[in-house]
Design a protein around this ligand. Structure first.
Ligand code: BGC
Length: 864
């Protein structure tokens, strides 16, 4: 038996994190007994002589939470899990908590430079027992001791709402300090002050100059303590980094003379400083290039996979100038960057000597191809690409007899990796890369199958929570929200639209469903209640109609059903979509409150009921779908039409019985009777046939469509949809050689041409939401219902002749839950390996159910 993956708040041995709550989690492997509990104990001592806390759980999710009252600053805690006679120990360490900062924020007097180095020489005469560095530099920083980078993290302190919280990092520097040490920080622009946000961007969003605060706490073996803090004695100078920005890249010139600047202590508020929440961004994989000359005779590197990251280069000779430009695709066989809009994505290295390894510091690129100037082909072949990502465990594996489907799953996973960098972003390459809430709302379920996302999404939710508070509960279109003067763009001036805003309920609900982390849920339940309350208040102010038919809505963003080329708006009635999401959010909130035994759940449960009833009353006449409801003339529709006029000069058709309209009603049980359901199903079947089985859905409907088809018995339609290889479809992208998922169904046209450059990324995860259909329906792994205390999984695979076999596994807290099936004629052999301490039932094609036993279960099933 083995206990592994010990984590605190989703982080492995966290050092200097924020611990407003504590959730311990672990994995068990081996012969497990469901009735036996896991014990958790916390102590300050390695031998656990005195316990600070103990608790136990029988849950098969192996998670236990508590509200820690006993934590002290800068303290290491030991915690252990005991299961049977097996024990595993791990640690976590607090940061400064409420301890005031002795250090001052420092900056420099001269006009703003693009990058500076702050440094201090420190000497020690006594033997060091332990040393911790607490620090943060704004915009982005890297820390060095005697020229050696400290730690494996890049792009610290990450992206967050710097106006609302400022996360500092903690480093264990015990072994890197020497008798004479130079501690230095290079600090660049980053999100803090570099050009950021779409439409040309804004500069100095959070501040107009780099600044640093740092404290080095040293404990000697004789028990004495020293602190070295940033103050006016630190040195500031310019360095070789001439230019750096998130979108535009970096210029390094090794011939630049360092200029000494004048250190300035600044009177900056320290109240926003808080221990970190976010996971470290690290190099995850390396890629070697294929070097070729494109049709314009330019030297290009192809790394074979679209990644987010950068390149590392080392030169065989001195070079006066080398330039790399990063792009996603080729057009007519040539390197192409027009869809990056204003983002330059360049890395320029000037006057570099041979043998030096060079990489950028304060930027990242979304790319597969790199155009190279200034190198020979042999030299270019030595360039290595590194992918960067917030470090998370991967938790899902998949293989099938269809190489296209396998590639799709790989593409989805890559779009997740590429956009999970500090915060969940829409895309990693063009002048955007922002924490769009709608994208993660619809992708969260798939994201949680693929990776252990708790800490990553907790950091995002913290930003969301603080932004929401400023907006009186409305959820913004993206978090962080850059607060810029003279913002014109409606996304910067508005907040609170369905689907995007529902990130506030979808993320906490989804995380709980996957990980059953009550500590995390409790910490962010306010996101849910605030958001639903905000909708409710607007609704009440308009008479308590229980329909969400007002305000500015994006509807079914990027759907194809208007017939208008390039339209961002879909045809589905926005009030239908918004009201449906109002219902889902109220329902999720009620469920999560009841999980926390919070009696506010009744209010949201009733609200959900009322909204549901109103949707039924509005969109049905008896058992018939009402295709001409009042909402077609509502405020939301008028605003939408005026937006469509303003931004595209078009009038958008509006309908109820679109694929999206029908799919959301069916998937969320929004119909008055079984007869009505049957009618909806028939209408959806006709709609699919009208479109030759292809989808027309956008952000709001895509995730629901395959599930709605299958759940309504339209098995053929659902499976055919997944396996379509022509446009628009998931596998069309695969056929076109994609290695990530695209923003638009027609990002690239069948003739290989890009469909437009305005808003067209090849690396958006939103439509990758279909992976939850692959997990839940194809493999048939359904997580226990959130209210099911018996925590019973349901395994109900759906077979299709598009495949001969499939196998997939979800890493659960007790080991892999794997399902595989193989078709032979009309018979299907299904193998399920069920981890111990886990309950599951298997549902046969004919509806019969059996309980599965831990270990290997073999079933004979038949094609439906
Ligand atoms: C982003 C999206 C986002 C959308 C909002 C786009 O520019 O890339 O994915 O959700 O705007 O409408």
């Amino acid at each position: 038996m083995k206990i592994s993956h010990l984590k605190v708040n989703g982080v492995d041995t966290p050092l200097g994190y924020c611990f407003d709550y504590l959730t311990f989690s672990w994995k068990l492997e081996g012969q497990l007994d469901k009735t036996e509990e896991c014990r958790v104990e916390i102590s300050k001592e390695e031998d656990f002589k005195e316990l600070l806390w103990r608790g136990s759980t029988k849950s098969s999710f192996n998670t236990i939470s508590l509200q820690p009252e006993f934590l002290k600053p800068k303290t290491k805690y030991y915690w252990r899990v005991t299961y049977g006679n097996c024990v595993a120990i791990s640690t976590f360490e607090t940061a400064k908590m409420d301890e005031p900062w002795k250090a001052d924020w420092i900056s420099y007097r001269e006009e703003t430079r693009d990058c500076v180095t702050f440094s201090k020489n420190i000497s020690f005469t006594k033997e060091i027992k332990q040393a911790r560095l607490y620090a943060v530099g704004h915009g982005l920083y890297e820390v060095f001791l005697n020229g050696e980078k400290v730690g494996n993290e890049y792009l610290t302190p990450g992206y967050h709402s710097y106006d609302l919280l400022q996360q500092y990092q903690t480093y264990d520097v015990t072994t890197s300090l020497k008798a004479d040490s130079e501690l230095s920080f290079i600090v660049g622009n980053g999100w803090y002050r570099g050009r950021f946000v779409f439409e040309g961007g804004f500069e100095n969003i959070y501040g107009d100059k780099q600044q640093l605060i740092a404290e080095l706490h040293v404990e000697y073996t004789d028990g004495t303590i020293d602190q070295f803090v940033t103050d006016e004695t630190w040195i500031v100078k310019t360095n070789h980094i001439q230019d750096n920005s998130i979108y535009d890249g970096e210029i390094i010139d090794f011939s630049l003379e360092e200029t000494l600047l004048t250190t300035q202590v600044i009177d900056e508020d320290k109240n926003l400083l808080t221990a970190r929440l976010d996971l470290p961004v690290e190099v995850m994989e390396e890629f070697a290039p294929r070097v070729f000359f494109d049709t314009k005779n330019q030297m290009v590197l192809d790394f074979g996979q679209e990644i987010t990251g950068w390149i590392v280069a080392e030169f065989l000779e001195d070079k006066s100038s080398v330039r790399f430009e990063f792009g996603e695709l080729l057009q007519n066989g040539a390197f192409y960057t027009e869809n990056l809009r204003t983002a330059k994505q360049e890395f320029v290295i000037n006057n570099v000597s041979k043998g030096i390894k060079v990489r950028p510091h304060f930027t990242f690129f979304g790319f597969r191809y790199v155009k190279v100037e200034g190198l020979t082909q042999e030299e270019a072949a030595l360039v290595v690409a590194q992918s960067l990502q917030s470090k998370m465990d991967e938790t899902f594996t998949f293989k099938s007899s269809s190489s296209s489907l396998n590639q799709l799953v790989s593409n989805i996973r890559w779009s997740q990796k590429d956009n999970f960098l500090s915060i969940p972003t829409d895309c990693p390459q063009r002048d955007e890369r922002m924490g769009w809430t709608g994208d993660i709302a619809i992708f969260a379920n798939t994201a949680c199958y693929n990776m252990e996302t708790r800490a990553f999404l907790a950091h995002f939710m913290e930003n969301l929570k603080l932004e929401q508070r400023l907006l009186d509960g409305a959820t913004p279109f993206f978090a962080p929200v850059p607060k810029v003067n003279d913002a014109q763009n409606p996304f910067l001036t508005n907040a609170g639209a369905a689907v995007w805003g529902d990130a506030a309920t979808f993320i906490p609900y989804t995380l709980y469903r996957h990980f059953r982390d009550k500590g995390l849920l409790k910490q962010y339940i306010e996101l849910m209640t605030d958001w639903v309350d905000w909708i409710y208040k607007q609704d009440e102010a308009r008479g308590g109609n229980r329909l969400w038919d007002f305000g500015w809505q994006l509807g079914d963003w990027l759907a194809l059903d208007t017939g208008i080329k390039g339209s961002v708006f879909g045809a589905t009635d926005s009030a239908l979509i918004a009201s449906t999401y109002y219902y889902i959010s109220a329902d999720y909130t009620a469920k999560m409150l009841s999980v926390l035994s919070d009696n506010r759940f009744e209010f949201y449960q009733n609200l959900a009921k009322e909204v549901r009833q109103k949707i039924i009353d509005t969109y049905f006449i008896g058992d018939e779908l009402n295709v001409n409801p009042v909402t077609l003339q509502s405020e939301v529709e008028n605003i939408r039409q005026s937006m469509a006029q303003k931004y595209g000069g078009v009038t958008i058709p509006t309908a109820i019985d679109t694929q999206t309209g029908l799919a959301v009603l069916l998937r969320h049980g929004l119909y008055p009777s079984e007869i009505a359901r049957e009618k909806l199903k028939n209408r959806l079947q006709e709609k699919m046939a009208e479109n030759k089985g292809y989808l027309t859905t956008g952000f709001a409907g895509t995730g629901d469509l395959p599930h709605a088809l299958l759940d309504s018995g339209l098995h053929e339609e659902a499976m055919n949809l997944l396996f379509k290889k022509e446009t628009p479809s998931w596998l069309f992208e695969v056929e076109m050689g994609a290695t990530t998922t695209w923003e638009r169904w027609d990002s690239i046209l069948p003739n290989g041409e890009i469909s437009g450059t305005d808003m067209n990324s090849l690396n958006h995860y939103a439509y990758g939401a279909v992976e939850d259909f692959i997990v839940e329906k194809l493999l048939g792994i359904q997580l226990p219902n959130v209210l099911d205390e018996s925590e019973t999984y349901v395994i109900q695979p759906n077979f299709t002749n598009h495949l001969e076999w499939v196998e997939g596994a979800l890493q659960t807290a007790n080991g892999n839950l794997s399902v595989s099936w193989t078709i032979s004629g009309n018979d299907v052999t299904v193998d399920v390996i069920l981890p111990g301490r886990t309950s599951a039932e298997y549902v046969f094609s004919n509806g019969e159910k059996i309980y599965l036993k831990p270990g290997h279960n073999k079933m004979k099933d038949v094609m439906a």
